[in-house]
Design a protein around this ligand. Structure first.
Ligand code: ZN
Length: 262
């Protein structure tokens, strides 16, 4: 009888010892899981959406958007672009910054920019003809005709994106060959046929924010803006440029402010 009792007691002691060991093991595992979870939360604070591993300061926005501010850019061949066009590009960025009250900011950098801008030149697009009439008589007339072919003055492309996040983009701006930048004569090949306002540059930059063409005539996103044949003359009569300036549409400004406000 005593011997049986001893055996039962021994069995109970062993059982208690086993359950203590199991308990320690399980609680350690719980601690470990908790650690993992905190680790995950910390990481997602730093990197935004942890599942995609891309930092997105505007992750609450569903529309296509850049993931951070300021948005960086580089003019890849600034020397070829020349001072006139480089200044126009700068003006376009300033215009977007100012009209969004500084909510959108750009920064010019040298290494790995968000937006790469290139300049190129179209050959044999400009033609100038001088007609001398009535030569030999007391008076004669001289008529100058200028022609610019219809050509696309700019291209823009979002080159890298993930879902609604815009990661990289490229812009190409096309000037006329045979002017200041290519032949060291005359005005800038980017100014000919245009009215001195960076509407083309703004238009291309807005393309890389995800804005598409609109049918509206007086919109900065009208397709005629990147087709420079809209005026097509190097020299203008008085008032030719009066109505040429198309500023950024109000709805686009409002949309940009809404998207990039924090
Ligand atoms: Zn366009």
């Amino acid at each position: 009888m005593n011997k049986d009792l001893k055996n039962v007691m021994a069995f109970i002691v062993v059982l208690i010892a086993i359950s203590i060991v199991i308990h320690i093991f399980v609680s350690e595992r719980e601690d470990y899981t908790e650690e993992l979870q905190t680790d995950f939360i910390n990481k997602s604070d730093v990197y935004g959406d942890f599942s995609n591993n891309i930092e997105d300061e505007f992750s609450n926005i569903n529309l296509p958007h850049w993931t951070h501010a300021p948005i960086t850019y580089k003019i890849i061949n600034e020397k070829e672009c020349g001072t006139y066009e480089s200044r126009m590009i700068q003006k376009a960025f300033n215009e977007i910054e100012n009209s969004t009250k500084g909510i959108i900011k750009f920064e010019k950098i040298d290494y790995s920019p968000d937006i790469e801008i290139r300049c190129s030149f179209i050959e044999d697009c400009y033609e100038k003809k001088i007609d001398m009439g009535n030569v030999g008589s007391d008076s004669y007339t001289k008529e100058i005709t200028e022609k610019i072919c219809g050509y696309d003055a700019g291209y823009a492309q979002i080159t890298e994106f993930q879902n609604n996040r815009i990661l990289k983009a490229e812009i190409e701006l096309i000037g006329l060959a045979g002017f200041a930048e290519t032949h060291n004569i005359g005005p800038s090949g980017f100014s000919v046929g245009r009215c001195g306002y960076p509407d083309l540059e703004i238009h291309e930059i807005l393309h890389v924010f995800g804005y598409e063409h609109t049918e509206e005539n007086r919109s900065i996103m009208s397709p005629i803006v990147d087709n420079s044949s809209r005026i097509g003359l190097a020299t203008y009569g008085a008032g030719d440029c009066k109505d040429a300036i198309i500023s950024i549409d109000d709805w686009i400004i409002k949309d940009l402010i809404k998207t990039y406000s924090k």
